[in-house]
Design a protein around this ligand. Structure first.
Ligand code: TRP
Length: 334
């Protein structure tokens, strides 16, 4: 707890280009959480170097992501938006937690297996202990809740196990975090293969809407979206393409699937796709404009970076000192 609010932690990597799926599925919902929770949103750059990065590119992407958090509407005075690498406590706690995590546990992590297969020439120890760093992120802030996608559930489970193990030895040191199970964001599927999740690493650029796509590109991609030959705008399991477009339309307009079916009753897919494209443009355009404005204001963003790193450091150090004392490190002389 900070004051009378529960603590929420989440992070995103600044790799790849964020998609409409990331926005509607995660970022947009974060806005609603900021009244209810004391939120920490990190750009997790320590995690990013588990695969080889171009330094200049990583720095640029990290700043863009941090700026995008703000452009999407997260108030950086209320939400602690910061770079993971600016708070050394993440790495320090990760080391300690490494000594409380079994190789057997890490061997079971499916994401490690996937990534190791994908980067066979660089299976480094950081990639292996990635979930421990993630546990450190969360436990460092005594987070109560963590909004995560399905792909990160296994890591969150491990985080809980590590926290409980540590607490069992040393007393109540860590808050054991829960997955955030509130209103989950829309799950947006690929426009080309609507049974697959929209992904920032999809090789077919027509499959994903990127947050920075201009209106013409957005409309064009929707026109090319894969549908079916039913010729009927219906929210049905048998029409995954149309169903996905309805989900996107509803997420952008606040309408329900039933309302959408009625609205497009008797109309063709051409009209519907156009309307979906326009609804997306109307949601993304203001974010893009704010992003452009914010990007020009270097002093403002720098100020936010500095202020929030200090705030994050304050809370991180509090936990870290407690942990260091528990495991037997000597007290600091002041
Ligand atoms: N591993 C997460 C991902 O790739 C990012 C992440 C790092 C994270 N630390 C976190 C998410 C802590 C939630 C909480 O999506």
């Amino acid at each position: 707890m900070i004051g009378d609010q529960k603590i929420l932690f989440s992070g995103m990597q600044a790799t790849g280009t964020l998609t409409l799926g990331n926005y509607l599925g995660a970022l947009k919902n974060w806005l609603e959480l900021s009244d209810e929770y004391e939120c920490f949103y990190s750009v997790v750059d320590l995690h990013s170097i588990t695969v080889r990065q171009d330094p200049a590119e990583l720095r640029k992407r990290a700043r863009n992501l941090l700026t995008l958090y703000i452009a999407a509407g997260l108030d950086p005075k209320k939400n602690c938006i910061y770079y993971q690498s600016h708070v050394s406590g993440h790495a320090e706690l990760a080391w300690i937690l490494n000594c409380f995590t079994y190789m057997g546990e890490l061997n079971r992590m499916t994401q490690f297996k996937d990534k190791a297969a994908k980067h066979a020439d660089n299976i480094n120890s950081g990639l292996y202990t990635y979930p421990v760093l993630m546990a450190a992120d969360i436990l460092l802030y005594q987070a109560d809740v963590v909004p995560v996608g399905k792909d990160q559930m296994q890591h969150l489970e491990l985080t809980r196990d590590i926290a409980q193990r540590f607490n069992a030895i040393y007393g109540d040191v860590f808050t054991v975090p829960e997955a955030y199970l509130g209103k989950v964001g829309a799950k947006i599927m690929s426009l080309q293969e609507p049974t697959k999740k929209m992904s920032k690493s999809d090789e077919n650029a027509n499959a994903s809407i990127y947050l920075m796509d201009d209106p013409d590109t957005i409309i064009r991609k929707f026109k090319r979206a894969v549908t079916d030959s039913e010729a009927c705008v219906r929210y049905s399991e048998n029409q995954p393409g149309i169903r996905n477009l309805i989900d996107i339309y509803c997420a952008c307009t606040g309408k329900t699937p039933e309302e959408t079916e009625k609205e497009f009753d008797g109309k063709g897919y051409g009209d519907f796709k156009m309307a979906v494209g326009e609804s997306v443009v109307s949601v993304l355009k203001p974010v893009q404009e704010r992003f452009a404005d914010l990007s020009k204001d270097k002093a403002y963003i720098d100020g936010i970076i500095k202020e929030n790193a200090e705030k994050a450091n304050y809370y991180a150090t509090k936990t870290l000192r407690k942990v260091q004392k528990k495991v037997g490190f000597p007290e600091r002389i002041r």
